[in-house]
Design a protein around this ligand. Structure first.
Ligand code: CDP
Length: 214
C-alpha cells in the first residue's frame, strides 16, 4: 500500500505550502482538502444558495458536495477571504462533511501515481486518515499567520487590510476548533510543528527527515 501523510492545522499556518512541497519532494500526489470545501462554497454562492448572513439549506449544499468530482477542474476564485468564510460555515455541517469523506479517502488510497499521498486540512489525522503513516500538525502565531495571508492575498490584488484578515482568521479558527463535527485538533499521535519562526524550507526539511525515519 502506498504511504499516507496527514497534515492539519489552522488557517495560513503553512500547512498548504508544506504539503505541496513535501509531495513534490517525495513524488507523491497532493490533495488540498480545503479546496473541496471552498469549491462547494463557491458553487453554492454563485448559485445564490448562501444567504447574506451565511446561512443555507442543508439539502442544497449536500447535493453540491456529493456531485463534486476529483480532480477539481477550475480553481479560479476559490482563495478569497469571502469564500474562506463561507467554506468554514459550510464545513461545520455534518452532512456536507460526510458527503466529502469517501472522495478524500479514495484519493489517499489510490493516488494517481500510486506512490503515496499527502492530504492537508483540519481533520485528516483525526477523521479522514486515522491510520496515516505520518501525521503533522502545523501551527503558528496568529499574527504571523495574518501577515502571511495578507502577503498572499495582496499579491493577488485582493484589497483587504491585515487587521481584517487577522479578525477573519480568528473567527474562522474559532469556528473550526469548536464545531461539533471533526473539529480542528491535533491527533494524539501527530507531531506538532510551530512554524512562526521558520522558513518554508526549514519546515520542509523537518518533514522530509520525519518521512525518512518511517
Ligand atoms: O488555506 P486556509 O488554511 O486558509 O483554508 P483551507 O484549508 O482552504 O480551508 C478553508 C475552510 O474549509 C476551513 O476554514 C475549514 O472550515 C474548512 N476545512 C475543513 O473543515 N476540513 C478540511 N479538511 C479542510 C478545510
Amino acid at each position: 500500500m502506498s504511504l499516507q501523510i496527514a497534515i492539519d492545522g489552522p488557517a495560513a499556518s503553512g500547512k498548504g505550502t508544506l504539503a505541496k512541497t513535501l509531495a513534490m519532494a517525495l513524488g507523491y500526489d497532493y490533495l488540498d482538502t480545503g479546496t473541496l470545501y471552498r469549491a462547494v462554497a463557491k458553487l453554492a454562492a454563485d448559485a445564490g444558495l448562501v444567504h447574506p448572513d451565511g446561512s443555507f439549506t442543508e439539502t442544497d449544499i449536500v447535493e453540491i458536495a456529493r456531485n463534486l468530482t476529483l480532480p477539481l477542474g477550475n480553481s479560479d476564485g476559490l482563495r478569497t477571504s469571502e469564500i474562506a468564510q463561507i467554506a468554514s460555515k459550510i464545513a461545520s455541517n455534518i452532512a456536507v462533511r460526510e458527503a466529502l469523506i469517501d472522495k478524500q479517502r479514495q484519493f489517499a488510497k489510490t493516488p494517481p501515481n500510486g506512490k503515496g499521498a499527502v492530504l492537508d486540512g483540519r481533520d485528516i489525522g483525526t477523521v479522514i486518515l486515522p491510520d496515516a503513516d505520518l501525521k503533522l500538525y502545523i501551527d503558528a502565531d496568529v499574527e504571523v499567520r495574518a501577515k502571511r495571508r495578507f502577503l498572499e492575498l495582496s499579491a493577488k490584488d485582493e484589497t483587504i487590510s491585515q487587521a481584517q484578515i487577522l479578525a477573519d482568521l480568528i473567527e474562522r479558527d474559532t469556528r473550526d476548533k469548536t464545531r461539533k463535527t471533526a473539529p480542528l485538533i491535533p491527533a494524539p499521535d501527530a507531531q506538532i510543528i510551530d512554524t512562526s519562526e521558520m522558513s518554508a524550507q526549514e519546515v520542509l526539511e523537518i518533514a522530509v527527515n520525519l518521512v525518512k525515519r518511517l
